[in-house]
Design a binder for this molecule. Structure first.
Ligand code: BOM
Length: 141
């Protein structure tokens, strides 16, 4: 659900600051991670892909080839309130997006495409959070 996704986003977004330097993602492109879900934020910058890899690695959510680690992602999402209702759907959507962009060799380029695909599909499935929902839980983490 979007409610659960707001928790995951609020927690996951905390890793952004640690990853700014190595990813080269400027605050002009993305000031706070919650804006990832904003209607008018376009998921297109290669640096965002690099940042997502860096952030995910801090939480051991990826394999060495940067594809999602299903077990760890499952456990991570399940660790949030009501997480078990979102974890399977989330892994399913990401895997489905990974399949569509498997031919892109550059890890950062591929990951930003996967992330854009995931954002679009999450909206279609009604599990994309509103910014206000993320703001409501961001102080917990
Ligand atoms: O093969 C690439 C795997 C990387 C997946 C990253 C997709 C995540 C998109 C960004 C949105 C994040 C919101 C919550 C945290 C999810 C881990």
């Amino acid at each position: 659900t979007a409610e659960v996704m707001s928790h995951v986003t609020a927690h996951f977004g905390k890793a952004l600051d640690e990853c700014r330097e190595e990813s080269g993602l400027s605050t002009e492109v993305l000031e706070e991670f919650k804006h990832f879900w904003s209607e008018d934020f376009e998921v297109v910058h290669r640096e965002l892909g690099c940042a997502l890899i860096c952030m995910s690695n801090k939480l051991s959510l990826l394999h060495d080839d940067t594809r999602v680690h299903q077990v760890n992602m499952h456990d991570y999402v399940k660790s949030f309130p009501n997480g078990e209702v979102l974890s399977e759907m989330m892994v399913k959507l990401i895997k489905n997006c990974e399949r569509q962009y498997d031919d892109i060799k550059d890890d950062c380029d591929r990951t930003v495409k996967v992330a854009a695909c995931f954002k679009a599909d999450a909206k279609k499935e009604g599990i994309a959070p509103e910014i206000t929902m993320i703001e409501a839980v961001i102080e917990i983490y």
